[in-house]
Write a protein that binds this ligand. Structure first.
Ligand code: ADP
Ligand code: ASP
Ligand code: MG
Length: 821
């Protein structure tokens, strides 16, 4: 007995150039299958070009001639690159002959000024004829015994008004058997077959409709009795959604025939919708694989295809019109639906989706937009009497709609699938105009405005395929702290995703000049390159990008010290964007603004690192207050720089030299007055006080800074030089303290009587006297901690600990979001 045929189909992208044909020859050889039947499409884009020629001819457009030459050049280029000598000459002769015929048909069309169906079908099918001849020649050149079959000689179809013609199976089978018996040389190991083309009952050339080569392949697989069909294309298989719209789409390792059919029917271009019907009959396994990555497994479509996901895939079709028929007459009257749909059938309109509320007060259905007028006319005719009598009050036709379908066998009987679907659409602000769920529960379809289609698809996909804790992150200000945070995220992101299903995606980074935006996520280890290659900063665009509808949550991390950026938190929060910030400006600004930020519901505003960097200081206050304790006094050393200065300063070295050394070591702000002025500490006291329930404004803090007012206008250098003029005063203060057995500390304090910031003296055994380096220390006196205050102490400055604190806020946000959904 003869070896069984193994069938392969190569789509247009798989044979777009000579190089791609060579790739196909390689793939086929590597498979080492004894007998291969290879269905091939036209070179990518060629069918469109041919159809354009026909319409140009019908329009009598001179552009037709150069366009025809372009086709010839493209064919020659591929042929000359692939073949030599006699095979090249033979193929060129074939192409020349066809092009001459083609030119005649175009000329006739030109004269007629209209393209007949026959002319259009004949011309559009040439691409497949040339492709099959080219591939067969290339295979022979590679030592295979290959022969090409023109499917028009075999496939007989009949057009009956559907988008795909009906196959005359028995006749086609008879013809194929005859062809194989007479034309197929013995020992042929590759049979190359034209996709797309066929003949009608009169023997006139026609096609299977656009994208029909997939269907050709499955027909030939059935006719040849093959159980094995591989469709080679330019993606890794059937994906959970169209990858051009949803970059997060994943490859589905396997699926059932029914799922694949539903997806194809609802617009997944990867498969022609009729492809699977023959396979269902014969039980052939259909694989979808990537010509560009033949080592990958692809998707297996078979009757038992299962996967971990309830919803396998999403697809959309646009160009739809929603029709709504409403009337009191329809309640309880039998036969309305029958009359409606038979009227539509008579008008040749195919109904894509139907939905009727159980009140029967209205019927709503979807038809292709191009049939909208015919539909309106048909319905008005059918229900003329009712319309006149007023029993049917309204007939509404809404063009510009799209259908979004969620498909999956395992949706059946699973609770919560629809809820999740609609939640995702709702979160993305997609208005759902109509809903249909087949009772098979394998498909939920919704009608949305075509303008919402992409957003709807991405959102629905994200609702099922992304972690609920996927954060779309925008980082503003990648300075010392910001870049430390990016470094920490780069290290931990993978682990968090795998271990905790927390997906942190930095999708935007901006400094004061540039910004980098990424669709999925910026590659963190290389964020600097991304930013350098970025575009001029546009904060509104950045925010809109981060706040992507299809991702569950958006968060902006503000690592700047900018007041203007702080002023925008309110808008962001009210838009539903979470904010995480170490920037003190917003929280220490006017009380009203602060309260407004705290009042926004449904979003999280996290600012733990505005006080004490990574130390749990604000957290502690919050816990105290929320558990019903009352804070009576807060007192603390809240500046790492000033903490260090007074830990070291004992009068032996002049204060001004110490400041200079500190600056040289990078312990101070670029202008040391920013630290010495105490404003920063005052801001922290304000933030702490407010958290504890005191209504405090920055202006209410009695601030005694260390920067002499006389030097306010000086340059930094001048300031450092002239600070020595004040060394005497400082020395006197430290001596006085020492004589009393005390130390100097720069502290902020707040209680019911007010707030102050400045130098104070503490006994040598006081907690504030025994701190190290840049330690922060805060002491809370409360009703519960009345006699012995609660103390939080530790390193409270530096990029790493601050970044760590921001990171912790992000994780907290992830936890809140996980818990709330
Ligand atoms: P071919 O020329 O091989 O027939 P097509 O362009 O007809 O290829 O179909 C493959 C294309 O279908 C892919 O490049 C992809 O952009 C698109 N596509 C749409 N939806 C899906 C999906 N769910 N899975 C995979 N591809 C899809
Ligand atoms: N070449 C045809 C088209 O572009 C058929 C196919 O590629 O499937 O529609
Ligand atoms: Mg295709």
């Amino acid at each position: 007995v003869a070896e069984p045929w193994i069938v392969h189909k190569f789509g247009g992208t798989s044979v777009a150039t000579a190089e791609r044909y060579r790739g196909v020859v390689r793939i086929l050889a590597d498979l080492r299958e004894p007998r291969q039947a290879v269905v091939v499409s036209a070179m990518g884009g060629l069918t469109d070009a041919l159809l354009d020629l026909v319409s140009a001819a019908a329009r009598r457009d001179q552009a037709m001639y150069p366009a025809l030459e372009k086709v010839r050049e493209r064919l020659y280029r591929a042929i000359d690159d692939l073949l030599h000598d006699e095979p090249r000459r033979t193929l060129r002769r074939l192409v020349d002959g066809d092009l001459a015929d083609l030119a005649d048909v175009l000329r006739a069309t030109w004269l007629l000024g209209a393209a007949s169906r026959e002319a259009t079908d004949l011309v559009s099918g040439y691409g497949e004829l040339w492709s099959a001849a080219t591939l067969a020649a290339a295979l022979r050149d590679a030592g295979r015994s290959a022969i090409a079959l023109d499917a028009r000689e075999v496939l007989q179809v009949e057009w009956k008004g559907a988008p795909t013609p009906e196959l005359r199976l028995d006749e086609s089978r008879r013809r194929l058997e005859a062809w194989l018996a007479t034309e197929l040389p013995a020992h042929t190991d590759v049979l190359v077959i034209t996709g797309f083309v066929a003949s009608d009952a009169r023997g006139v050339p026609t096609t299977l409709g656009r994208n029909g080569s997939d269907y050709s392949a499955s027909i030939f697989s059935a006719l040849l009795g093959s159980k094995d069909l591989t469709i080679w294309t330019d993606v890794d298989g059937v994906l959970s959604a169209d990858p051009r719209v949803v970059p997060e789409a994943v490859v589905l390792p396997e699926m059932s025939y029914r799922e694949a059919m539903e997806l194809a029917y609802f617009g997944a271009k990867v498969l022609h919708p009729s492809t699977l019907a023959p396979a269902v009959e014969t039980g052939a396994v259909v694989k979808i694989r990537n010509t560009f990555a033949p080592d990958r497994p692809g998707t297996r479509i078979w009757s038992g295809g299962r996967s971990a996901f309830a919803v396998k895939g999403f697809a959309t079709i646009d160009g739809m019109a929603l029709v709504n028929l409403e009337g009191s007459h329809m309640i309880g009257v039998p036969g309305i639906a029958m009359r409606l749909f038979s009227a539509l059938k008579d008008a040749g309109v195919s109904v894509v989706m139907i939905s009727q509320a159980s009140s029967e007060h209205s019927i709503c259905f979807v038809v292709p937009e191009r049939d909208a007028d015919a539909t309106r006319a048909a319905v008005e005719r059918a229900f003329f009497a009712e319309r006149v009598q007023g029993a049917i009050q309204s007939l509404e036709v809404v063009p510009g709609c799209a259908i979004l379908a969620a498909v999956g066998d395992e949706m059946a009987g699973q609770v919560g699938v629809a809820a999740r679907f609609f939640q995702a659409l709702g979160d993305a602000h997609v208005n759902v105009r109509a809903i249909a769920q087949g009772s098979s529960e394998r498909n939920i379809s919704v009608v949305v405005d075509a303008a919402d289609q992409r957003r709807a698809l991405r959102a629905a996909h994200a609702g099922f395929y992304l972690s609920r804790q996927t954060l779309s992150i925008g980082l503003l200000g990648p300075g010392t702290v910001g870049s430390a945070l990016l470094g920490q995220l780069a290290e931990q992101a993978d682990h968090l995703r795998r271990r905790f299903n927390l997906d942190l995606r930095v999708r935007a980074i901006a400094d004061s000049r540039r910004m980098a935006l990424a669709e999925t996520a910026i590659e963190l280890p290389r964020w600097r390159e991304a930013l350098d290659a970025g575009e001029p900063v546009d904060l509104d665009r950045l925010v809109a990008h981060v706040h992507a509808d299809h991702l569950p949550h958006a968060v902006l991390v503000d690592c700047t010290a900018s007041e203007q950026i702080g002023a925008r938190y309110g808008d962001w929060l009210r838009d539903g964007i979470h904010v995480v910030t170490p920037n003190k400006k917003a929280n220490s600004g006017p009380l009203e603004g602060y309260q407004a930020l705290r009042d926004v519901r449904g979003v999280h505003y996290l600012y733990e690192t505005t006080v004490g960097a990574g130390l749990p200081i604000l957290h502690t206050v919050r816990d105290l207050v929320q558990t019903g304790d009352a804070v009576t006094r807060i007192e603390g050393i809240l500046s790492g720089t000033l903490s260090y200065l007074f830990n070291v300063y004992d009068g032996s070295v002049p204060f001004s030299s110490l400041v200079r050394t500190c600056k040289e070591l990078g312990y101070t702000e670029p202008d040391p007055r920013d630290d010495l002025s105490g404003t920063d500490v005052a801001r922290k006291i304000v933030i702490l006080a407010r958290e504890a329930g005191f209504d405090l404004e920055l202006a209410d803090v009695a601030l005694e800074g260390l920067a002499p007012p006389a030097l306010a206008g000086a340059s930094v250098g001048e300031f450092l030089d002239r600070l020595s003029e004040h060394d005497g005063e400082m020395e006197a203060r430290v001596r006085e303290a020492r004589d009393a057995g005390q130390v100097l500390r720069f502290v902020g304090a707040v209680d019911r009587d007010g707030a102050s910031v400045g130098l104070r003296r503490y006994p040598k055994d006081h907690a504030f006297a025994r701190i190290h380096l840049t330690d922060n220390i805060v002491q809370f006196t409360t009703r519960r901690y009345a006699d012995n205050p609660l103390v939080v102490q530790g390193p409270g400055a530096g990029p790493d600990v601050t970044a760590g604190g921001i990171f912790a806020d992000l994780l907290r946000l992830g936890a809140y979001l996980g818990a709330s959904r």
